[in-house]
Design a protein around this ligand. Structure first.
Ligand SMILES: Cc1ncc(COP(=O)(O)O)c(C=O)c1O
Length: 374
């Protein structure tokens, strides 16, 4: 029986507790007795019971054959790159990826003899940027922090034609709203610290893809060692059980705020793919179930962004996203602080830009808070 995403979130991957408990037992052991040397369980082999459950749950949610859980989103991303690149390869990254990802690629790819090329988040720009050395096309959709959207099926088709691997960071959308692998993308990565964990209380990273693509990633991850402990894995599984219901509510709240704020005199622009006025709304409608909990606002020039942030009573100023509580940050000083000033200016990441990670509170209370702060 094919299950729907809400059911998969609760049940997929779970293993039976021999004591009859309804939850996966927590296994904190770092040493396991073994029958044969090929079958040793060990935290850094990413195969302890709580790891297996999280990996299987993510794989099912992402319509993938295989899953892997690591210590952070950047551990997931770096291991994918290390496993699938060699000297002479080029990575094509679209604009609007997380600043830390850009910083990782800028600093580390040259050290392994690979190169990085950036291009606009546009299928024609990607097609033009491809060279015989392009090995990976890396992207995020919706993008960070301006929530631009790109047609994933079109990117996958173009990449297949040139035998290029596609890697999509699905942190913002989550598998509840978007399944890149079902649209032809090869590898999905997540900062599990965000929506998958959902309560701003642990750090994790995840990868989902086919088993042949996963084999080298797992081998690299075993060598470099960025494993999670049993407790964080257990907490991650528990959180993923409520992923669908949280993301559904976060998406409804973000849409309600975007619609209410788009004509506000103190707001110059609202960036949200669920708005009919969003330039890629039609693509978002086609490839997303709902539009997610991330929303950005450009405050009008007469609003002091520091005062706005300080005036918020309910919404907390904090880095990170995807938790049950609504958070706000200024990408200029947080997610994109490491991106060059020229690049930030070109992307429109300025003083007035506020990014909201909308939580599961009442949207009326959130709107009241924003209105009083404005
Ligand atoms: C979209 C996205 N991808 C990846 C990362 C990196 O994840 P982590 O901080 O868990 O390493 C982040 C962190 O903010 C992110 O927002």
């Amino acid at each position: 029986m094919t299950q729907r995403v809400d059911t998969q979130c609760v049940h997929a991957g779970q293993i039976e507790d021999p004591q009859g408990g309804v939850n996966t037992p927590l296994s904190l052991s770092s040493a396991y007795s073994y029958e044969s040397a090929e079958n040793v369980l060990y935290p850094r082999y990413y195969n302890t019971p709580n790891h297996q459950v999280v990996a299987a749950k993510l794989a099912i949610l992402e319509a993938a054959e295989s899953g892997l859980a690591l210590a952070s989103g950047l551990a997931a991303i770096s291991n994918v790159l290390l496993a699938h690149l060699k000297a002479g390869d080029e990575v094509l990254i679209t604009q609007g990826c997380y600043g830390g990802t850009q910083s990782l690629m800028h600093a580390e790819l040259p050290r392994m003899g690979a190169t990085l090329k950036e291009c606009a988040m546009d299928i024609d720009a990607i097609a033009q940027a491809i060279t015989p050395s392009t090995k990976i096309i890396y992207l995020e959709t919706p993008s960070n922090p301006l929530l631009e959207v790109i047609d994933l099926a079109a990117v996958a088709q173009l990449a297949r034609k040139h035998q290029i691997l596609t890697v999509v960071d699905n942190t913002f959308a989550t598998p509840v709203n978007q399944q890149p692998i079902a649209l032809g993308i090869d590898i999905v990565v997540h900062s599990g610290t965000k929506y998958l964990a959902g309560h701003s209380d642990l750090s994790a990273g995840l990868v989902a893809c086919s088993e042949p693509l996963m084999v080298p990633i797992r081998q690299t991850a075993v060598r470099y060692g960025a494993c999670l402990n049993g407790l964080d894995l257990w907490l991650l599984e528990r959180s993923m059980k409520t992923l669908a219901i949280r993301v559904e509510r976060q998406s409804q709240n973000a849409l309600a705020l975007a619609q209410a704020l788009q004509d506000h005199p103190a707001i110059e622009a609202v960036f949200y793919p669920g708005l009919e006025t969003h330039p890629q709304h039609t693509i978002a409608q086609q490839q997303m179930h709902a539009y997610g909990g991330m929303l950005s606002l450009r405050l009008a020039s007469h609003i002091n962004p520091d005062h706005f942030e300080q005036n918020l009573r309910l919404i907390r100023r904090a880095v990170s996203l995807g938790g049950v509580e609504t958070l706000c940050c200024r990408p200029l000083y947080t997610s994109h602080a490491k991106v060059s000033a020229t690049e930030r200016a070109r992307l429109g990441i300025d003083e007035q830009l506020i990014r909201l990670s909308v939580g599961i509170e009442s949207s009326e209370d959130l709107l009241t808070d924003i209105e009083q702060a404005l």
